[in-house]
Every structure is written in structure tokens, then in C-alpha cells.
Design a protein around this ligand. Structure first.
Ligand SMILES: [Zn+2]
Length: 238
């Protein structure tokens, strides 16, 4: 860790080198929430590929049109296109202080390509912050959604918004059901596809010496505090 004295404060003034942080975690680990919190506290730009792809649906640039072809079909945006989208975003003025990347890189190939992009900008990933949650806990969290069978289809979650009476809608008394997509078996199958590429990205950053893992099976605020501590240390802010 470097503790070099900096003439420019991290919370104001010009930062010589932008700070690039990568957030890693399985679906259900709380990565999206934590990325936004970290970006706000560190005054960095949160960059989520999900948001960038959604934004592309409203834009008319050639690159956005290209992205739209895939998003509208519901297929994964191929690596070369994703890389162009990210690279373009990183070059915008509001990204010059640095960014917190969420949802990217998703594969080892993307991680290597990002390294190449940052090298061209004279920078590197300062820290990859990995929110670790074991698979049974992910399945439990992701399978907690219950939907009201009444016409309004009120949505509940066993953790964050439980109904007052089990399996009964608070609002209209209808029975709550678990949708097929939210069943444990479906989620396990989805995780079995999604986790191996993520582990490769985790390994990539471990090999680069910038991986920091945080236990994600704790209260959200505790996870944020730990992530901030690690990010500050990795970027020489403390
Ligand atoms: Zn209802």
C-alpha cells in the first residue's frame, strides 16, 4: 500500500490519476447497492453495464443502435461491443476522477481487455472488491420473492418485505405465490452458469494482486463500511 503524500485532496481538487474500482459479486450479493454507495462516498462515477445498455435503448448513436439489436432480442451483448460501450463511457468528462464498475468485467476476456484499455489511459484497476456470499445463501435470497395472485400482483420478499401473515397479501388478502423463475432449482441452474466466469474474473484480479474479498453475509451497512475501508487503503486515501 502506498501512503504517499498527495498535494491534491481526494475529496476535492484535481486528481492526477483516475481511480478505477471493480465490484465483483454474484447476483444476490448486493453488488449494485454497494457500488452506488461506494461511488457516492468516494465521489466516483458509478458505471453499470446494465444502465449503459438501458441508456442505449434511448440513444441514436451507431454504437447504441448496435447494442439495441442484442438487448431487444434478450441476448448477451458480445464482448467487442460491450468493450466499446465501456471505453466510450470512461472517456466522458464525468468519469475523469474515476469510476466504480458494476457488472463489468463479467469474464476473464473482458478483464484482460479492460486492463488494456486502462493501460492506454495510463491507469490500472486500483482494487477489485469482491462481495462473497455462499451459494446456499444466494439461493435463499434470490428465491425469497412472492407475488400476490390478485389482479394488482403486489410483490413481497421474505427478507426485505415479508407479508404480515405468511403467504397472504397484506393489501387484498389474495394468496401469494412463488413464480417459476424464483424457484430454488431455477436459481441454482442460473448460478451454475453465471458463477464460473465470475470466479475467473476473481482469479484474474487475485493474480494481479488487487483483489479484496469482503464477507457479504452481514448487515448491508457493515459491508459498506468494510468496502470503504478497503477502497481507501487500496487507493492510498488513508
Ligand atoms: Zn395483493
Amino acid at each position: 500500500m502506498t501512503h504517499a503524500t498527495r498535494t491534491d485532496g481526494p475529496r476535492g481538487g484535481l486528481t492526477a490519476t483516475p481511480t478505477y474500482l471493480v465490484m465483483l459479486g454474484a447476483p444476490g450479493a448486493g453488488k449494485g447497492t454497494q457500488s452506488l454507495r461506494l461511488a457516492e462516498r468516494l465521489e466516483l462515477l458509478p458505471v453499470s453495464t446494465g444502465d449503459l445498455f438501458r441508456a442505449a435503448l434511448r440513444e441514436g448513436t451507431p454504437l447504441a443502435t448496435e447494442v439495441r439489436k442484442y438487448v431487444e432480442k434478450g441476448v448477451l451483448v458480445p464482448d467487442p461491443v460491450t468493450l466499446r460501450v465501456v471505453e466510450e463511457r470512461l472517456r466522458q468528462p464525468d468519469a475523469l476522477r474515476g469510476v466504480v464498475l458494476d457488472g463489468f468485467p463479467r469474464t476473464r476476456v473482458q478483464a484482460e481487455a479492460l486492463d488494456g484499455q486502462l493501460t492506454r489511459l495510463g491507469a490500472r484497476v486500483a482494487a477489485a472488491l469482491y462481495i462473497e456470499v455462499d451459494t446456499p445463501e444466494l439461493v435463499r435470497r434470490l428465491s425469497g420473492r412472492r407475488v400476490c395472485t390478485g389482479p394488482a400482483q403486489h410483490v413481497y420478499h421474505l427478507d426485505s418485505r415479508p407479508p404480515r401473515v405468511a403467504d397472504v397479501c397484506d393489501i387484498d388478502g389474495s394468496t401469494l405465490e412463488q413464480r417459476p423463475d424464483d424457484r430454488a432449482e431455477t436459481i441454482q441452474a442460473r448460478l451454475a452458469r453465471q458463477l464460473p466466469p465470475m470466479y475467473e474474473v476473481v482469479d484474474h484480479y487475485a493474480n494481479a494482486g488487487v483483489l479484496h474479498a469482503v464477507a457479504g453475509d452481514r448487515p448491508v451497512d457493515d459491508v459498506t463500511a468494510e468496502l470503504l475501508r478497503l477502497a481507501d487503503r487500496a487507493t492510498g486515501r488513508s
